[in-house]
Write a protein that binds this ligand. Structure first.
Ligand SMILES: *[C@@H]1O[C@H](CO)[C@@H](O)[C@H](O)[C@H]1NC(C)=O
Ligand SMILES: *[C@@H]1O[C@H](CO)[C@@H](O)[C@H](O)[C@H]1NC(C)=O
Ligand SMILES: *[C@@H]1O[C@H](CO)[C@@H](O)[C@H](O)[C@H]1NC(C)=O
Ligand SMILES: *[C@@H]1O[C@H](CO)[C@@H](O)[C@H](O)[C@H]1NC(C)=O
Ligand SMILES: *[C@@H]1O[C@H](CO)[C@@H](O)[C@H](O)[C@H]1NC(C)=O
Ligand SMILES: *[C@@H]1O[C@H](CO)[C@@H](O)[C@H](O)[C@H]1NC(C)=O
Ligand SMILES: *[C@@H]1O[C@H](CO)[C@@H](O)[C@H](O)[C@H]1NC(C)=O
Ligand SMILES: *[C@@H]1O[C@H](CO)[C@@H](O)[C@H](O)[C@H]1NC(C)=O
Ligand SMILES: *[C@@H]1O[C@H](CO)[C@@H](O)[C@H](O)[C@H]1NC(C)=O
Length: 427
């Protein structure tokens, strides 16, 4: 930049020197025409002044352009500097190994002021009175997650598509990200759902546009990622529907041209959502009646992995897969929560999860880079942060979902720190 600025300056200077040379020679050679010449020289002096003014102005413009050009990368560099000062070298730090620390600068937004928090997750709004659960920051053992600088993130996302795919846990993270980003937007009306839809539990697609920044944050509901099918012919009577483990969900083409793509699946892979509703697994044209859920999950993730490898240009799209989010029910009947006021100090077995292990294994095997958001163990400690009794239906406690603001904000802070320090990103 400095070099090209200097070149512009020296070009201008040599141009004005040439004019001065002309100015000097012309009166002498054309002395007969002196009145005209003096007029000429007057014009030429005026011209000289104009050239000097032009030079000053164009220099100012050049410097201004330089600033406009340099500043975004400066602010990013500054961010990077801040990040490296706090050792957020994500490649060398296991960001998911750490502890929760109280931090009065949390929460990051007010759910009541964010139209994209669904009622069921707004715990304060639904009457929760203890507030400590709002103030925990995740502190990795060997590094610090930088506080997201909302303005630079809004700038970074200009012209981009951020896409969440999965179950209601992805919807929560989608809501959280929108609310985080909206704190940096003055005109809240400039952020809207593109079809004017309200958030509901079964809606297939929600897309929120940040119109002043020309980007969208989208959610596709695909609770299994693979394709549900109807009742197969010649099947035993108990089979009412199938899950086609070898086919990705039929809306998957909408996920392709995105810049950030965040998947999850897990909560629906339970007998109560599958066999007990008459849903069995299918691979190609074969019913797999005896296939255990763990094997089916592995097969489905294999389908997902080859879909990503075939369809996603990872030069453009940064792919994440969030690992399983532990719940805190008091027993198998899922009628009560085992909630606390503060995070647990140890995860009591909830930190390991078969689905999460499968995700890690499958991701490691892939030929393209994907980042596993391995939030299982850190999230297992947050028995204080569930919706619990403070959902929108007071008689059915919810020990699976999380209050907003809350834990999903931290998942997003981790995503954002990957994006901000991502060496491969064209941001
Ligand atoms: C940052 O990393 C350097 C070397 O990797 C280490 O010496 C230093 O103690 C770390 N600082 C913090 C705040 O963790
Ligand atoms: C976290 O780090 C500690 C100390 O290095 C180690 O003992 C522990 O196994 C790590 N936990 C995870 C989940 O990686
Ligand atoms: C959130 O915003 C609402 C409405 O503006 C306000 O009444 C409430 O006190 C705020 N809550 C917190 C925790 O700041
Ligand atoms: C908005 O972003 C899209 C996609 O990157 C781009 O094609 C379009 O030109 C942008 N529009 C404006 C007004 O910047
Ligand atoms: C996609 O599958 C859903 C069922 O999951 C079905 O209702 C819908 O019609 C299918 N769409 C297309 C385009 O095949
Ligand atoms: C991605 O980038 C690499 C290196 O720049 C290049 O070799 C490759 O062809 C690119 N892939 C696609 C699909 O654009
Ligand atoms: C519920 O929490 C209590 C104390 O926090 C603990 O002793 C107990 O083991 C927990 N029960 C379950 C099922 O996690
Ligand atoms: C990883 O790849 C190896 C070799 O292709 C294969 O044997 C293994 O089953 C794969 N693992 C998973 C989890 O896909
Ligand atoms: C939630 O409500 C149930 C039933 O009223 C009660 O037994 C339980 O203690 C409540 N849980 C919390 C965490 O307040």
């Amino acid at each position: 930049m400095m070099k090209s600025l200097k070149r512009v300056a020296s070009l201008k200077r040599s141009a004005s020197i040439n004019r001065r040379a002309l100015n000097v020679t012309s009166p002498r050679g054309l002395s007969v025409l002196s009145p005209r010449i003096s007029r000429w020289s007057g014009v030429s002096r005026l011209f000289h002044v104009l050239v000097v003014i032009g030079f000053v102005i164009s220099s100012l413009i050049a410097i201004g352009c330089g600033y406009m050009f340099v500043l975004p990368s400066l602010s990013q560099a500054f961010y990077g500097y801040g990040a490296s000062k706090t050792n957020v070298s994500l490649s060398s730090c296991n960001i998911f190994n750490g502890s929760w620390v109280l931090d009065d600068s949390y929460p990051l937004y007010n759910a009541t002021e964010c139209p994209f928090v669904e009622q069921g997750f707004n715990c304060l709004g639904n009457g929760r009175e203890d507030k400590d659960y709002l103030r925990w920051r995740w502190k990795p053992m060997d590094c610090v997650i930088p506080r997201p600088d909302v303005q630079s993130i809004l700038g970074m996302l200009r012209g981009k598509r951020v896409v969440f795919v999965g179950d209601s846990m992805s919807r929560t993270q989608w809501e959280s990200l929108i609310c985080l980003l909206m704190t940096g937007v003055e005109d809240k009306k400039s952020v809207y759902e593109v079809n004017g839809n309200k958030i509901t539990k079964r809606i297939r697609f929600l897309g929120v546009r940040f119109s002043s920044f020309n980007f969208t944050v989208e959610f596709f509901r695909s609770v299994f990622l693979v394709q549900p099918g109807g009742m197969p012919r010649h099947a035993p009577k108990r089979v009412k529907s199938t899950l086609k483990l070898d086919k990705l969900d039929n809306i998957s083409s909408h996920w392709v041209n995105s810049d950030v793509l965040i998947f999850n699946t897990g909560q629906w892979w339970v007998p109560g959502k599958l066999f007990e509703t008459g849903c069995y697994f299918q691979v190609r044209n074969t019913l797999k009646l005896g296939m255990p859920i763990s094997a089916a999950y592995r097969t489905a993730l294999g389908t997902w992995a080859s879909w990503v490898e075939r369809n996603i240009n990872t030069n453009r799209t940064r792919v994440f897969f969030r690992s399983f989010e532990p719940s805190h029910w008091s027993d198998q009947t899922r009628r009560f929560c085992n909630m606390t006021q503060h995070p647990l100090s140890e995860a009591r077995g909830r930190d390991r999860n078969l689905f999460s292990d499968t995700i890690l294994e499958v991701a490691k095997n892939m030929t393209v880079p994907v980042t596993v958001l391995h939030i299982t163990s850190m999230t297992a400690l947050r028995s204080d942060a569930h919706v619990g009794n403070w959902s929108d239906s007071p008689y059915t406690p919810d020990c699976s979902h999380w209050c907003l603001p809350g834990v999903p904000d931290v998942w997003n802070e981790i995503v954002l720190s990957y994006l901000l320090t991502g060496y491969r990103l064209h941001f």
